[in-house]
Design a protein. Sequence first.
Length: 356
Amino acid sequence: MSQLPHLAITMGDPAGIGSEVILKALADPTVTTDCHISIIGDRWLLKATYQHLLTQTDISLKELANPDNLSIIDCPGEVQVALGEGNFSTGAASFNFLTTAIDLTQQGKFQGIVTAPIAKNLWQQAGYNYPGQTEVLAEKAEVDRFGMLFAAKSPHNGWILRALLATTHIPLSQVPQALNPELMSRKLDLLLDSLSTDFGIDDATIAIAGLNPHSGEAGNLGTEEVTWLNSWLKKEQAKRPNTKLIGLIPPDTMWVKPGQAWFGNSGKTPSVADAYLALYHDQGLIPVKLMAFDCAVNTTIGLPFVRTSPDHGTAFDIAGKGVAEANSMKAAIELAVDIIKSRMKFSKSFVNSNSQ
Ligand SMILES: NC(=O)C1=CN([C@@H]2O[C@H](COP(=O)(O)OP(=O)(O)OC[C@H]3O[C@@H](n4cnc5c(N)ncnc54)[C@H](O)[C@@H]3O)[C@@H](O)[C@H]2O)C=CC1
Ligand SMILES: NCC(=O)COP(=O)(O)O
């Protein structure tokens, strides 16, 4: 039997660019050399998008995988779809694709799930009250310790940027109340575990951002740093002698060194961290997307199986036009395979060290 990992790729919202980036990614034979892939989606809709792209855009035959040659787990539904115009039925379909993929993974058919993008507001319209795919994955996997980590390899020099978000899909006004020492410790623990098992990095260096401008400027521009964040960091550093915690770094300047490392081609890498801990969604994702929009991968850490996703959304504005870039989807597939391999290696060395 083949030892290659088997991945599920969910089709995402059928009105978005999910199908296009999947077909483009799978047209590249290097993407599937190390894994088997099955698409969880609506076969008829996938074929309709394929035909549309071939006949209505400049895309050539060799740029797209032919759905007839792909393994598809068909989840047909009552979907009214026009590319670029999602509605409650496309939202419902994308929810069904995701939950089917999770069920099959939990039954052991897949080792990992790569998700194409969904439109969160259309899930709400369809009656699925979740802020995003991450929360569905965590709920179905029955974990309350999980996190949203972005990883990207620089095309300029191979340096890897990793950024974990301490809080995710909540209104900005709720961020200060959501943050507390217990949550921060849980996210830090999770990040260190993931660096070790998923990326093979022990004794990591982590950079941590403050919350306020200039990290509060000694309490003059916000008080969270002086009231608890600084003391939390001190305690964490004392507890973890093998980990280097750098912070609290003013949130704007935290991204200067990773920016230089990402774009640098001089061979000189500034002193950078193995991962960056941002306190809220846009504090982390504005810099990540500025540096790496075409290649970053979102991975949910803390799940019992691997989940990755491209960093972009449904892009309804360009759906069906043939111009969607598939690099981030390719990177999501590659990272899923890498993490599966890293977890296997980690569990083997764990078993070996315990049997000696
Ligand atoms: N993992 C997921 O399922 C994600 C879903 N979303 C959802 O996507 C929807 C749209 O979100 P936006 O913030 O507008 O982000 P978006 O990523 O869909 O689009 C932002 C801009 O980038 C362009 N773009 C996106 N992907 C591209 C690609 N592969 N190639 C070329 N251009 C690309 C779009 O045309 C648009 O101009 C929302 O409903 C959001 O909830 C957003 C991010 C992740
Ligand atoms: N901005 C990141 C994002 O929206 C990820 O959402 P999801 O993977 O939880 O669906």
